[in-house]
Design a protein. Sequence first.
Length: 287
Amino acid sequence: MSSDVRFTDFKSDKQPTWCPGCGDFGTMNGMMKALANTGNDPDNTFVVAGIGCSGKIGTYMHSYALHGVHGRALPLAAGVKMANPDLEVMAAGGDGDGYSIGVGHFIHAVRRNVDMTYVVMDNRIYGLTKGQASPTSREDFETSTTPEGPKQPPVNPLALALSAGATFIAQSFSSDAMRHTEIVQEAIEHDGFGFVNVFSPCVTFNDVDTYDYFRDELVDVGETDHDPTDLEAAQDVILDAENEYQGVLYQNEQANAYGAEHGLTENMAEIPDGAPEDATDLVREFY
């Protein structure tokens, strides 16, 4: 890892095709700054993405990358990390990719606690496919396919993560550049599965969950007496339906990451004829 790397070193020469003003620009910039701040560099970073507006983030970042299929970013990222624990692995996706078709993988990735970071760009709508309600859309959110709203409560991804045994749960706002970077950096530094749900407004199809809305409504737990190591306090914040929160909401610093727990510490890609028998068996069991 390099100590003099800059976040611009993570920028590729490909220009993003996101809509002007899309929250994903700020989300990606914070990811790159957090990687640089933690001493990583493009040569030891692997970004896995799914499908959606966020799916091409690996193209826009200068690092190793894999553009997977819909909802499957997390098992791919976990496999990369287990095969080469020396890599800094990040998975990125949207609320549709992660909390709809990919929700099963999300729950199991959380409970396995592989040492990686998962950043979800939550704009509460399907942006790539022109504005349908997503799992996190409000119950009364009107779209072309739900003219009277979805008429079902939105998924609470933070509660899903907590119930699955998450060891790091955080939420940030893409427009709050410094704070967003700090939160992603804490997720990277966490020894285990670092989950960050990012409010990343869609300026084209969502005129409800806007930049102004989040600026007005966000409560930063870093400015309160919230203790992220207190499970009951985390439950209260995560299940609070009245407020939108930013910051590290829960962190279990005592849990061991999957690789450390099971002795997967060697780069299996460099071991001739495969990994040691015990490690190989663990990988087979994992899949």
